[in-house]
Design a protein. Sequence first.
Length: 194
Amino acid sequence: MADDSAGRGSEWWRGCVIYQIYPRSFQDTTGDGSGDLRGITARLAHVASLGADAIWLSPFFKSPMADMGYDVSDYRDVDPMFGTLEDFDALVAEAHRLGLKVVIDQVISHSSDKHEWFVESRASRDNAKADWYVWADAKADGSAPNNWQSLFGGPAWLAIPDANGTYPNIASGASAFNSVKYLIASSAISVIRL
C-alpha cells in the first residue's frame, strides 16, 4: 500500500494488513525480561517485509500494570519499562520511513486508581473532578449499587472500602480527550483506537 500520510481522512485502513504488537512480549533490548519500544523499532523492517501496512500498539503508557497496561496512570508519558517518549518518537519516525502507519490504543474509558484524576475524583464529591468518574453508594447491605455486569465478566462496579462504600465506574472528562489531542499534535501517529 502506498504511503498516504497526508490523507488522515482517507480510508487507508480498508483492506490493509495491520500487525498488532503487545510491547511487553516483543523484543527486550535492556535485558530486564520485558519487551520495549526500542525492541519494536529494531524489528519494524521485518514487520514491513511481511507486507504489513500498519502496526497497532497495545498500551505502553505509564501504568501500575494491574491490568496489563490498560490501567493507565499517565496518558502523556511512556511507562519506563517500555522506554521514553523519545523512544516512541523514534519508533514512529522509523515506521513512517518504512511506509507503516502507527495505530495506538488510548484507553480513555477508564484509568488506573493511581491516575491523578482518579485520586482527585475520589477525594470528595464536590471537587473539580468529582464527576469525572461515576460514583454510587453501596446498597444498605454493602453490595453493589445495581446488577450491571462488566463485559469482561463480574460486576461493573468496584467497592472502595476507604471511600465509604462508594463504587466508581468509568472515567470521563475533557482532559481525557485533551490527552488524545496531545498525542496527535506531538507525534505523527496515524490512528488512535479509543
